[in-house]
Design a protein around this ligand. Structure first.
Ligand SMILES: [Zn+2]
Length: 329
């Protein structure tokens, strides 16, 4: 979405049948100086009287296609919104999308600020290092934002028992592979992988970049199931599947790549898409799946399905139902 010369005003029609609790503004893939910096949002319920719904100044977007969430203080069943928005100084405005939501994605997480982030670029002269900087202008805030989204996806509230992550050490480095987490919360991300995926369209490149980071942050925040990651295929698939389930749930996979076949214990996206699909049966399925790792003394997919859906549930039956769903869609 680009503003035409002199036009910084956008209007949106809504059904008007439900309270709008928040709105999200997505930055564009253009330069950061073109991002929305200040705006006024007005709304009308009856088509005549316009309320000033929200007003912001000095806003920043830490990465390209970054989605910033703004809670509406006095929600109403608005039928129409009008946004007047400007970039900083006299820069041309660019943004990619605006969404109005009948849900509040922050809710109980208002005071959850996320971890400290120590960012190091160990390969600043590499193509991948430069490409990363073109996508992510403020790596610390970018990581914190990803961490907040991961925590909200894995847990019901900040009061839940979760690994205490104070600081994430995040480094770009030159190695073969994609990314890995070591120690408590040290994440290394390969500049070679960044370069290799940079040929795709900018939006897809950005999605892959954010998705890799989210996958590794899940490893920091998820509860590890009791069992042997190296030798027990189900434990491995649980850990890697949950990381990709959260990535999928945050919209960071092309869901058209879902295909029938494979096994629930294959791990990564084969398992991840399945766990994410479980949300069609219970909106809290990902959170309960993560909780099962904490609660079950002997973790298995079958035990986890019984933990989430009750003693009649089996992994075989749920996997078959998921396969049938994939075959039809
Ligand atoms: Zn992983």
């Amino acid at each position: 979405m680009f503003s035409k010369a002199g036009s910084n005003r956008f209007e949106f029609d809504l059904p008007g049948d439900t309270d709008i609790l928040q709105y999200r503004i997505f930055a564009s893939g253009e330069a950061q100086e073109n991002d929305p910096a200040r705006w006024e949002l007005r709304g009308t319920v009856d088509g005549f009287k316009w309320d000033l719904v929200d007003k912001r100044a000095k806003q920043e977007f830490c990465s390209r296609f970054q989605d910033n969430v703004y809670t509406i203080a006095k929600p109403k069943k608005y039928k129409k919104f009008r946004l007047e928005v400007w970039a900083d100084k006299n820069a041309k405005l660019a943004l990619s999308e605006i969404a109005f939501d009948a849900f509040d994605s922050i809710g109980a997480w208002k005071d959850f600020h996320g971890p400290n982030v120590v960012f190091t670029n160990e390969a600043p002269d590499s193509d991948g290092g430069k490409l990363f900087s073109s996508l992510v202008q403020e790596p610390e805030e970018f990581m914190r934002d990803c961490a907040r989204k991961v925590a909200r996806t894995l847990y019901f509230s900040p009061e839940d028992e979760m690994p205490g992550i104070v600081t994430i050490n995040f480094a770009l480095a030159d190695f073969d592979g994609v990314a890995y987490k070591s120690g408590h919360s040290d994440i290394k991300y390969s500049v070679r992988h960044i370069r290799n995926v940079s040929n795709s369209p900018l939006h897809e490149f950005s999605m892959e970049n954010r998705g890799v980071v989210v996958h590794e942050i899940v490893h920091c925040y998820q509860i590890g199931p009791k069992g042997d990651y190296q030798n027990n295929k189900e434990i491995f698939a649980c850990v890697e599947g949950l990381a990709d389930a959260v990535r999928a749930d945050l919209g960071l996979f092309d869901m058209r790549t879902r295909q029938p076949g494979g096994n629930w214990a294959d791990g990564y996206r084969t398992t991840g898409f399945f766990i994410q699909w479980l949300k069609t049966k219970d909106p809290d399925a990902i959170r309960k799946f993560n909780l099962s790792c904490h609660k079950l003394d002997e973790w298995s997919f079958d035990a986890a399905m019984k933990f989430i859906f009750g003693s009649d549930a089996t992994i075989e039956a749920l996997w078959q139902e998921y396969q049938d769903f994939l075959a039809k869609n």
